[in-house]
Ligand binder design. Structure first.
Ligand SMILES: Cc1cc2nc3c(=O)[nH]c(=O)nc-3n(C[C@H](O)[C@H](O)[C@H](O)COP(=O)(O)OP(=O)(O)OC[C@H]3O[C@@H](n4cnc5c(N)ncnc54)[C@H](O)[C@@H]3O)c2cc1C
Ligand code: SF4
Length: 330
C-alpha cells in the first residue's frame, strides 16, 4: 500500500475544501471497498478524509411525506428501520441481500453508492483495464465476462455496477444530495450514474471532491407493495448476476402504476422505462408482463459468456410482477 495522510473532517465545508486542494485525495466512509482497493493497488490516494464523524447519520421524515437518509447511515441500520421496512420494503430487502452482516454494519449509504465494479480485470492491476487505466484496453470482452453487462455497454467497457441498494433506489426515484465547493445540488439517482461510453473511468456525474450528504426518498404510496429479488451464484455473500426491484399498483385487474429497475445487467442500475410505459394502463396478466419484459430486454447485446442473463432477467421480472399482482389482491 502507498503511504497516505489521514485526516478526520469536523464539518462538511472543510472536508469538501480539503479535497478540492488534493487531486488524489478521497473521502473515507466505512472503508469496506476503498481499503480493499488500496491494498490491491487499484486506488492510490495520498489523502484520506474520514467523514464518519459528520452529522449525516439520521433517517428523518420530509415534509412531503418522503424520507431523508443521511449519507453516513449504516446499511444495517437502514435495513432495520421501521419506516423503510413498512413503506419501502424493496430497499430493506436490497440492503439485506448485499454483502454480509459485518460489512453492512460498517458500510455507509454514500460509500455503497460509490462502490466500484467487481470486474475481475479492474481489480487486478497486472491486467489492462480502461476503467482503471484509460486507454489501456478491455480484456473482458474477449475474456471472462460471465457477470458483466448486457445492456448499455460500450466497446470500451462492459462492467456492471455492483450495488444492490442502488437498484432499489433507482426504482424509488431517489434523489442524491451532494455538497461541493460551489454549493449543494440534488441529482436524481437515475441521472447519477453514467453509461461507460468512450470514457468508463468515471462511474458517476460527481466531480472530484463532491460529498454525498443524503439520499431523499420521495413519497410513493404503492412502494409499500414492492420487492427486491436477486439471483446469484451462492445463497448469500455474492454479487447479483441479475436482480430486479419492483413496485406495482394494480386496481380492478389493471396496472395503475409501476416502478422497475434491473441490477447486474448494466454499468448502472437499469431503470426499465420501456417496460413501465407498456404496463401502465394494461391488464395485469402474465401475457402483458411477458411482452413488457421482452420489450425491455430487446436492446440486450450479450456476449457468449453472459447470454443467459437476458432470459434470466425476463423471467425474474415476470415472476416478480405476478407475485406483486397477487399481493395487490390480498
Ligand atoms: C466481500 C464483500 C461482499 C460484498 N457484497 C456486496 C453485495 O452483494 N451487494 C452490494 O451491494 N455490495 C456488496 N459489497 C460492497 C459493500 O456494500 C460496499 O463495500 C459498501 O457499501 C461501501 O460502503 P463504505 O461506506 O464502506 O464505502 P468506502 O469503502 O468507505 O467508500 C467507497 C467509495 O465511496 C467514496 N465515499 C464514501 N462515502 C462518501 C460520501 N459520503 N461522499 C462521497 N464519496 C464517498 C469513497 O471515497 C470511496 O471512493 C460487498 C463488499 C465486500 C467486501
Ligand atoms: S469491462 Fe470495464 S472494468 Fe472490466 S476490464 Fe473492461 S474496461 Fe475494465
Amino acid at each position: 500500500m502507498m503511504p497516505f495522510t489521514y485526516e478526520r473532517a469536523s464539518d462538511a465545508a472543510s472536508a469538501v475544501a480539503r479535497l478540492a486542494q488534493a487531486p488524489t485525495g478521497v473521502f473515507l466512509g466505512g472503508g469496506t471497498n476503498l481499503i480493499d482497493h488500496m491494498k490491491l493497488g487499484v486506488a492510490q490516494p495520498d489523502l484520506l478524509v474520514d467523514i464518519t464523524h459528520l452529522p449525516y447519520n439520521r433517517i428523518e421524515p420530509l415534509p412531503d411525506g418522503g424520507v431523508r437518509i443521511g449519507a453516513l447511515v449504516r446499511n444495517s441500520d437502514l435495513a432495520a428501520d421501521h419506516t423503510i421496512r413498512q413503506h419501502y420494503p424493496v430497499l430493506a430487502q436490497a440492503l439485506l441481500d448485499g454483502a454480509s452482516g459485518q460489512l453492512r454494519n460498517l458500510a455507509t449509504m454514500g460509500g455503497n453508492l460509490l462502490q466500484r465494479t467487481r470486474c475481475v480485470y479492474f481489480q487486478d492491476v497486472s491486467k489492462p483495464c480502461n476503467k482503471r487505466v484509460p486507454g489501456s484496453g478491455c480484456p473482458a470482452r474477449a475474456g471472462y465476462h460471465r457477470e458483466l453487462a448486457i445492456l448499455g455497454a460500450s466497446e470500451a467497457c462492459i462492467a456492471t455496477h455492483p450495488s444492490d441498494m442502488a437498484v432499489a433506489l433507482a426504482a424509488l426515484d431517489a434523489i442524491v444530495r451532494v455538497q461541493g465547493v460551489s454549493g449543494e445540488r440534488a441529482i436524481p439517482l437515475v441521472n447519477f450514474y453514467r453509461l461507460p461510453g468512450a470514457d468508463p473511468q468515471r462511474d458517476t456525474v460527481l466531480t472530484h471532491g463532491e460529498l454525498i450528504t443524503a439520499i431523499d426518498l420521495p413519497p410513493l404510496s404503492f412502494a409499500a407493495r414492492s420487492r427486491y429479488r436477486k439471483v446469484r451464484d451462492r445463497a448469500s455473500y455474492a454479487f447479483a448476476l441479475v436482480s430486479v426491484a419492483a413496485a406495482l399498483d394494480v386496481a380492478d385487474g389493471t396496472v395503475r402504476d409501476v416502478r422497475l429497475a434491473l441490477g447486474g445487467v448494466a454499468h448502472m442500475p437499469w431503470r426499465a422505462k420501456k417496460a413501465e410505459a407498456m404496463l401502465r394502463g394494461a391488464p395485469a396478466s402474465e401475457e402483458t408482463f411477458q411482452r413488457a419484459a421482452e420489450a425491455e430486454l430487446a436492446a440486450a447485446q450479450p456476449l457468449p459468456g453472459n447470454a443467459f442473463k437476458a432470459p434470466l432477467a425476463r423471467n425474474i421480472l415476470v415472476r416478480m410482477l405476478l407475485d406483486l399482482t397477487e399481493e395487490n389482491r390480498s
